[in-house]
Design a protein around this ligand. Structure first.
Ligand code: GLC
Ligand code: CA
Length: 557
């Protein structure tokens, strides 16, 4: 099955604004990224994924694009991007761009034209609907960013336009062939420029159902409610996706396409990645994650209440995905991204920060699939702690705050919960060294707050660091049986994560203790060689002894 460059890669996700500032304005930028390519190469990264860098009013940090052919001036110039592409290439690495095709910014000239002149062809680039019989919104479908998907025509017309995310991010009308063509042209432009692949943002939402439908509820009121059945994974998505990808791959067969399919279950993952259908090479689902909600406080909103990992449910989700994709495509393996809290904060153990970071990485990245490492994760970076709720830039936060306050929670307690769970707390500046602002910039960073004292320079100097462990793990991933092995989940106690990778010739057992309690485990085979060990794990014959958060990788003889 391994026939493309992207079948054997390790991806590193960079949130451009927060990686490295080269021009002293507190905002990370493209030249800043270029300067750190050698660091990434050293770590063992093969592919870099950049969150959107196109011109944008930054309502949603770049996911609201106002010009797909320009680089946002806060991040650099087209020449800077060309230098980055060249530098990545010279290091034998690959570069993929986020590609936002479901919506644009309301500042995009298409939308401005659609408003200024309802007769213009651009009106039909977006989704419009007449008001309901009572003059209100066309239906009760809810936006992912809170409230309704409908906003009134700002130019004073009677119609509403559709926005699945922020109201300043109107959805494109993919039924319109001109929209399909326009988005293919954008992709073509960047692929011609030399990028190696696309991460398709929110592609599962490209098709929408008939707008006259309501999501029924018991009270019959029209409060907006998330209605996935009307705008996620509709059959038409396959058609749009195929038509888009097939054209790009016909000209540039080596282009890698990884789709963000946040709510895809294993069967949908198979459908989107079946070889020969020219859809995605891989997808990223959020369905691996499983949190234990039994400790939730029922007296207020659960949206941002921190939860421990439900290890058993996580293992079940993993098995479901691994089994479904075994003969189809490679799963993507990730612990965090820009849409969630950092793994060190979410699942790491503050009493064992080093060992827990290493154990979690071992449990995941040796599985069959493509690792995607979120910038700073290789250091064990935790969430930034903000002091002000405005820092979360999220209109759903005030509702949570009000509900928690009504339940008697203090401001400190509320901030603690938000800082622990919110995606914005996972987007803090990278920490490079121990100079001012951790070497990210010499200017106050665009996002700032309290952070833990750790940095790349110190970890590179320390052979026991999380950084060096990641380096070893990624090297190991390049060797048999991991390059071509099947994933086999092994049975174990609840807090252990244990599996076998088997390529038909060699087997490796991966045994991880995801808890602070010591554990023991019986290996499925005797002997062999230890490939990687941390946290004080030992073994004798078949018996493995695992102190808190330790892990062991051992090969059969
Ligand atoms: C994707 C992105 C997210 C963004 C949304 C809208 O889910 O990962 O960050 O807000 O799409 O573009
Ligand atoms: Ca800058």
């Amino acid at each position: 099955m391994r026939k493309h460059w992207y079948d054997q890669q390790t991806i590193y996700q960079i949130y451009p604004k927060s990686f490295n500032d080269s021009n002293h304005d507190g905002i990370g930028d493209i030249p800043g990224i270029t300067a750190k390519i050698p660091y990434l190469k050293q770590l063992g990264i093969t592919t870099i994924w950049l969150n959107p860098i196109y011109q944008s009013p930054q309502v949603d940090n770049g996911y609201d694009v106002s010009d797909y052919y320009q680089v946002d001036s806060s991040l650099g110039t087209m020449t800077d991007v060309e230098t980055l592409i060249k530098t990545v290439y010279e290091h034998g690495m690959y570069l993929i761009f986020d590609f936002v095709l479901n919506h644009t910014s309301d500042q995009h000239p298409w939308f401005k034209q659609a408003l200024a002149d309802p007769q213009s062809k651009y009106r039909d680039y977006y989704l419009w609907q007449d008001p309901a019989a009572d003059g209100g919104r066309p239906n009760n479908w809810g936006s992912f960013f809170g409230g309704s998907v409908w906003a009134k025509d700002p130019a004073g017309g009677s119609q509403y336009y559709f926005h699945l995310f922020d109201k300043r991010m109107p959805d494109l009308n993919w039924k319109n062939p001109a929209v399909q063509q326009a988005m293919r042209d954008v992709a073509e432009f960047w692929v011609e420029k030399g990028i190696d692949g696309l991460r398709l943002d929110a592609f599962i939402h490209l098709a929408k159902a008939d707008f006259r439908q309501t999501y029924p509820n018991r009270t019959g009121d029209s409060t907006p409610i998330i209605s996935d059945m009307f705008y996620a994974h509709l059959p038409k998505v396959h058609q749009y996706l195929h038509d888009f990808v097939a054209v790009i791959k016909a000209k540039h067969p080596d282009t890698y396409v990884v789709g963000e399919a946040s709510s895809a279950d294993p069967h949908l993952m198979v459908d989107y990645t079946t070889p020969g259908t020219d859809e995605c090479d891989q997808v990223i689902t959020f369905r691996t994650f499983a949190d234990d909600n039994t400790q939730d406080d029922p007296s207020f909103s659960d949206t941002f209440q921190p939860r421990p990992m439900d290890v058993t449910a996580y293992k079940q989700n993993t098995v479901g995905i691994q089994a479904a994709l075994a003969d189809t495509s490679l799963p993507t393996l990730y612990w965090n991204n820009h849409d969630m809290a950092r793994v060190a904060t979410r699942y790491g153990d503050p009493d064992y920060p080093q060992a827990s970071a290493k154990a979690l990485a071992t449990a995941l990245y040796l599985q069959r699939g493509i690792p995607i490492i979120y910038y700073g994760e290789e250091l064990g970076l935790t969430n930034i702690r903000y002091h002000d709720i405005a820092d979360f830039e999220d209109q759903t936060v005030p509702t949570f705050v009000a509900s928690a306050q009504a339940a008697g929670k203090s401001k400190v307690e509320i901030m603690r919960m938000l800082n622990q769970t919110h995606k914005m707390a996972g987007r803090g500046p990278m920490q490079w060294d121990n100079t001012v602002y951790h070497g990210f910039s010499d200017h106050l960073p665009w996002k700032h707050g309290d952070t833990d004292d750790m940095n790349a320079q110190a970890e590179i100097a320390d052979p026991d660091s999380i950084y060096h462990y990641y380096q070893q793990l990624l090297q190991l991933k390049q060797c048999a049986p991991f390059t071509n092995g099947q994933f086999i989940m092994l049975g174990s106690a609840e807090q252990l994560f244990t599996y076998l990778i088997d390529d038909g010739q060699k087997q490796a057992a991966i045994v991880c203790n995801l808890s602070a309690q010591a554990q023991t485990y019986l290996l499925p085979f005797v002997g062999g060689k230890v490939l990687l060990v941390q946290g004080g794990a030992t073994y004798r014959g078949r018996q493995v002894t695992l102190p808190a958060w330790s892990s062991l990788v051992v090969k059969s003889a």
